[in-house]
Design a binder for this molecule. Structure first.
Ligand code: NAD
Length: 421
């Protein structure tokens, strides 16, 4: 992988603050509003004792942060990872605030996590840890307060355990307490594909404004998991030529393109995309700098940084992953005229369909796949053009355009609500 130059400060809290400050300066936010929007509303730190299968009790550290709830209940995932810490959760909660505001869904931003390596635990241990965490954060979550969802190394089973725990404690069925639930438990059709589909809609709009024909456009996708593999399939269905994809084991390349559905089947059988027929093996670093029209980073953060930004040849970068482009690289891409669709827009399809799930749970009335996708398209296309216009207004790149739009919306909601008491 590419190494990141030491002069780049990649502390997530610092990056989040810098992105906010750039927008706040452009919007000429007054000091009081800056002070309110610069800090999380609420931060909860909990200890989670879990009786392990061998009878020993281990205590894990858990977090839940609500960054801002001016526009609606806090919304954001729960991450199980050994590197989770309060600083990271705060930054992720801030990003959720700006993401929800960018696409105009009536949520604030939150995030949670447990500092743990879930791969070392049995299902029973994971269930006990999740249920105890749910109880510890129960005082501050709720369908109209804060609605968690899956994130790194959590999934629909995790959400089902949280929903059940809170339901048992309250004596009623609490469908709206979390999203990303199984379909059998109030989940939404279309949720599994939503992030990639939202990304596809923003790429279509970017192609329109740039005069690029998506049919035949050459696409490289870094990361072949939920977001990346589905984005590759959907863009292929739009006629794009998928010329490279990668996973942790490396990448594959064929300038004439290949069928991403066949690659997914191959990956399911062999554990990697590497070795797929009629392709050359490339590294993840090579993939990022390929001559292509559209680059979709869909794996990890900080992949495009000051080391490689000047080598990027794509005309469009669509950030399916969270934080794949560093602030330093942002400036380089902008100067090179590369159209970077920022994460808070490009991957907001996931939280948008989470919102649809919550709406359906409130109504107890569920939509078809087609209806979910139509509403998603409407939301993403509208958000894309609002961000594009903001960026043009301030003569900035799309990320700052999105931040200006989002910060303005949150500031306005905060202003009209006033300061309590
Ligand atoms: P995932 O675990 O399903 O897939 C991740 C993929 O990236 C895997 O194929 C993995 O092999 C690959 N990968 C990991 N390290 C890599 C590396 N160093 N180089 C190349 N590939 C590597 O995860 P996902 O749900 O697809 O999420 C991917 C990104 O998208 C994350 O940044 C996530 O935060 C973001 N995202 C996902 C969703 C969603 O709904 N799934 C929503 C918003 C944002």
């Amino acid at each position: 992988m590419t190494s990141v130059r030491p002069q780049e400060n990649l502390n997530p809290s610092d990056i989040a603050r810098e992105q906010f400050n750039i927008a706040a300066d452009l919007l000429k936010l007054d000091e009081s509003m800056r002070a309110i929007l610069s800090v999380p509303k609420r931060q909860l730190l909990v200890s989670i004792p879990v009786k392990m299968d061998n009878g020993i009790v281990k205590v894990f550290e858990g977090f839940r942060v609500q960054y801002n709830v001016a526009r609606g209940p806090a919304k954001g995932g729960i991450r199980y990872h050994p590197d989770v810490n309060l600083d990271e959760v705060k930054a992720l909660a801030a990003w959720m605030t700006w993401k929800c505001a960018t696409v105009g869904i009536p949520y604030g931003g939150g995030k949670g996590g447990i500092r743990v390596d879930p791969h070392t635990m049995s299902q029973g241990e994971l269930e006990r840890m999740t249920r105890r965490y749910a109880v510890e954060i129960a005082p501050i979550i709720g369908a109209h307060i804060d609605i968690p969802a899956p994130d790194v190394y959590t999934n629909e089973q995790t959400m089902a355990w949280i929903m059940d725990t809170i339901s048992m404690m309250s004596g009623g069925v609490q469908l709206g307490i979390v999203t990303g639930k199984p379909i059998s438990l109030g989940g939404s059709l279309g949720r599994a594909e939503a992030t990639a589909r939202g990304c596809q809609f923003t790429i279509r709009e970017a192609c329109k404004v740039l005069g690029i024909n998506l049919n035949g456009a050459r696409v490289a996708v870094q990361g072949f998991g939920n977001a990346g593999s589905i984005a590759a399939r959907l863009l292929h269905e739009d006629g794009a030529k998928i010329i490279a994809v990668s996973d942790t084991k490396g990448g594959i390349f064929n300038p004439n393109g290949f069928d991403p559905a066949a690659v997914l089947k191959f990956k399911e059988e062999t554990g990697s995309v590497v070795g797929f027929k009629d392709t050359d093996r490339i590294t993840n670093a090579d993939l990022l700098t390929l001559d292509c029209d559209i680059l979709v980073p869909a794996a990890l953060e900080n992949q495009i940084n000051l080391d490689n930004a000047h080598l990027i040849k794509a005309r469009i970068v669509a950030e399916a992953a969270n934080g794949p482009v560093t602030p330093g690289a942002d400036r380089v891409l902008f100067e090179k005229g590369i159209f970077d669709i920022p994460d808070i827009l490009a991957n907001a399809g996931g939280v948008t369909v989470s919102y649809f799930e919550w709406v359906q749970d409130q109504y107890g009335f569920f939509w078809t796949d087609k209806e979910v996708n139509q509403y998603l398209e409407k939301t993403m296309v509208k958000a894309f053009h609002e961000v594009y216009e903001k960026a043009k207004q301030f003569k900035v790149h799309l990320r700052t355009g999105a931040y200006c739009l989002a910060v303005e919306r949150v500031a306005e909601a905060t202003r009209v609500r006033g300061i309590f008491p």
